[in-house]
Design a protein around this ligand. Sequence first.
Ligand code: COA
Length: 320
Amino acid sequence: MIGKICGTGSYAPSNYWDNNDLAKMVDTSDEWIRERTGVVRRHISVDDTTVSMAVKASRAALENAGVKPEELDLIIVSTITSNKIIPCAACEVQKELGAVNATCFDMSAACSGFLFGYNAAQAYISSGMYQTVLLVGSEMLSQIVNWQDRSSCILFGDGAGAAVFRPAEGVLPPCVTYSDGAKGQVLSCESRHQKGWEEKVKEGSTVVYMDGREVFKFAVKQEPAAIRKLMELTGEKLEDIDWFILHQANLRIIESVAKRLKVDMAKFPTNIHEYGNTSSASIAILLDEMNRKGMLKEGQKIVLSGFGAGLSWGASLLTW
Ligand code: COA
């Protein structure tokens, strides 16, 4: 058995900040942000929470799939910006949806979260442990971004994306995943729920710290390598892949991956201009947009690939 995505959904708050709004907050410009990142605007929550965005994306995905909430037997929410420590966001989503038969837990893998969640959903379905799975990536990054740091705040935004999986005949292809905790310091944010948190807040370590250059170098090297490894393990050829749906972190990173793989950029859809980097929601939002535009055809081969804090990264093969 394999998990087949039978519905997708996404949600972003209607409120947004464009680059000129950020230029009023930090020393930057629309031109610099567009050229260096590809971001034009990012959606920022006013009334939404990580859970409310996850619920809206999930309702859209369930409707798209024609699946009733009570049919779900597993809900995984990937997030690094959970509203509460307990209960987990997935249980709160379950409550709002009325998905009374689902087992629920959260996953924390930052920007690799949707990719790792995709692999987890596939593993559970192919083992027969669960059948109808809802996977959600939801992030309110505006709560942890350092809005005084021009080298990082320009990248991030809020949003959620979801996918519903059902079992189908097939064999689970190999996937490629990596973690390197020894390099974790280049992208970090400490919890406000720990001893001495007041000091941590004062020193500014409870908001995102990012060594942008190091993350950039890591991403442009490791993401194409992971995709090549995936091709090797699955026996697929790059030219036979219809779409490369990558984590939307920086347009220049995506262009560099396409160039290194020698694949036409037309196969790398992007929406970073609209949302910025929404961490574990980004792949799911893009997948949903493509699905709703009718860009995804039955049998198409899609590579999902992401990277992020941890460090963590990888690539998976999805047949639509
Ligand atoms: N506006 C204007 N100037 C800025 C700026 C901003 N928002 N941010 C940095 N600069 C300046 C720097 O101070 C530096 O000035 P200097 O040359 O006088 O020292 C110059 O621009 C270049 O800085 P640099 O950090 O080399 O820019 P960059 O081209 O690497 O772009 C990032 C910075 C953050 C956009 C880029 O490194 C990046 O996207 N990295 C990956 C981050 C990422 O993907 N994180 C999420 C992972 S999931």
